[in-house]
Design a protein around this ligand. Structure first.
Ligand code: RIB
Length: 287
């Protein structure tokens, strides 16, 4: 693999997925679901997506020493992601996400963070020389410390949303949020000096620089089966495309196509597309 080198700092979960006739409202019980288990976690999903799209990836994460860890790391290992920064903590459980998916592919996610919440700034490398990608399923102080130690391109996916200090946002070359997270970000978006990408699900995405929209893309029409992890694939694909030097419009098209493809198959990591599939979709071949 000759792509850019990227360190992904983030979460590893085992996703326990119930595909149900509908998603439960508070207090409601829905029966008739089909159960599956997949490797997941926003950090692990983004690491896998980057590897499948052609980057050289190192994952920095924490799991338990339980059997869930083996299952959660299996696809990353198969794709050649460097797992030397993944420590299995004694007496801690691997992160678990309980995911409900409805027939339209919409999801609800509850995360029991387990070992992901145990990472500390002291666990990080002294200097991060690769490009850095973080999400917010690990403690915020670890993300802040990683950003301070990074010397290359920095990408932040503010999911699930938490307010990061202005100095962190100011150092990012790319910030990715969905429309809900964009609402929570509010005027803090003014602290972002790099690119800000906002995703709108099936309606596509927009890229802004210094408050000005530089690109807008609509995803190719696909049959949605499961949207879990689509934001992770989008983030990974956009970061990679920008690192490769693609222009904003081209990079956003690439990210939207990769994310759309990921929704056509069940699960987060099993659905993550390979480079050739994304290129084919952009060229006009429907999956
Ligand atoms: O973004 C999707 C991911 O969020 C799932 O894989 C789940 O583990 C949660 O972290």
């Amino acid at each position: 693999m000759n792509g850019p080198s990227i360190l992904v700092l983030g979460s590893v979960n085992l996703d326990i997925v119930a595909s149900a006739p509908s998603l439960p409202r508070p207090g409601e019980t829905v029966i008739g679901a089909k159960l599956q288990r997949h490797p997941g976690g926003k950090g692990a999903n983004q690491a896998l997506a980057l590897a499948r799209l052609g980057a050289r990836v190192r994952l920095w994460a924490r799991t338990g020493q339980d059997a869930f860890a083996d299952e959660a790391l299996a696809l990353l290992s198969a794709e050649g992601v460097d797992l030397s920064g993944v420590v299995r903590l004694q007496g801690e459980t691997t992160g678990v996400a309980l995911i409900g998916v409805d027939p339209g592919g919409e999801n609800q996610i509850l995360v029991a963070s387990g070992a992901n919440a145990r990472m500390t700034p002291a666990d990080l490398p002294a200097l991060i020389t690769e490009a850095l990608l973080c999400q917010l399923e690990t403690p915020l102080e670890v993300v802040e410390a990683a950003v301070a130690r990074a010397r290359g391109f920095i990408a932040l996916n503010l999911a699930p949303f938490s307010p990061l200090p202005a100095r962190c946002l100011a150092r990012a070359d790319l910030v990715v949020v969905n429309e809900l997270e964009a609402g929570a970000l509010g005027t803090r978006a003014d602290d972002i000096r790099g690119a800000l990408a906002i995703t709108f699900g099936a309606r596509g995405a927009r890229l802004y620089r210094q408050g000005r929209m530089t690109a807008e893309a609509r995803p190719p029409g696909v049959q949605v089966v499961d949207a879990t992890g689509a934001g992770d694939v989008f983030t990974a694909a956009l970061m990679l495309a920008l690192l490769e030097g693609q222009q904003d419009g081209e990079a956003l098209d690439f990210a939207c196509a990769a994310a759309a493809l990921s929704t056509t198959r069940p699960g987060a990591q099993p659905a993550s597309p390979r480079r050739g599939e994304v290129d084919a979709l952009i060229a006009g071949d429907r999956p």
